[in-house]
Design a protein around this ligand. Sequence first.
Ligand code: SF4
Ligand code: SF4
Length: 219
Amino acid sequence: MSKPAVEKRYTLSERVYLVEILKGLVLTWRHFMFNFRASFRPGPHTVPTCWQYPEDRREISPVFRGEHMLCLDEQGRELCVGCGMCAKTCPAQCITVKMAKVAEGEEGRYAGKTYSQGFNIDLLRCIFCGFCEEACPKGAIVLGQGYELARYTPGECQLGKERLLANFRKAKEEGKLKPKKRPVPVAGEAAKEAGAEEKGAKAKGTGPAPAKKSSPPKS
Ligand code: SF4
Ligand code: SF4
């Protein structure tokens, strides 16, 4: 059985529509004036509701995980030793590394005794989890602030070593390098270190004096 239709009684102003139309126009005008006034404000972006990309760009958080880079040390030597830890940790299996020994006379180019002869990241597979950065023992691979990842061909999504090094140089020039991470103490290692320090102090005789055995009270 169909429900009976409810007859709504409209007021006169509702039936005329004019008041409702005027209310809508006032709202539109208020928003227009708000944005118009805001467009004269100084600052990188003028209209508060939109960023005029690509002229205006948001500041990216230093911990943002964008396009990868391979880092160099202060002397401009490659930090990557080609150990492959990043490739092993990568859940998307998108890193390929080929390790090689540093040849005589090339020590100035590499920070370690080995280096990555080949290094590739397949951006099409990467999920930007950051595990590679976490796993790297040398702090060589870092996910930078590059977020413009659109490419025309699949081939352009293959980040080779030169591209990764260029990403680092560019970020350095623009002052967009991530702050270096503080090493996280491992629980077991911290306890070992504390034990070693205590032993050393005892050997030197500078450690805390051993507690004296208390003798039972004489009756
Ligand atoms: S960010 Fe994650 S998915 Fe991308 S290369 Fe690193 S470990 Fe692999
Ligand atoms: S980036 Fe780091 S983890 Fe990956 S191969 Fe190089 S040194 Fe090893």
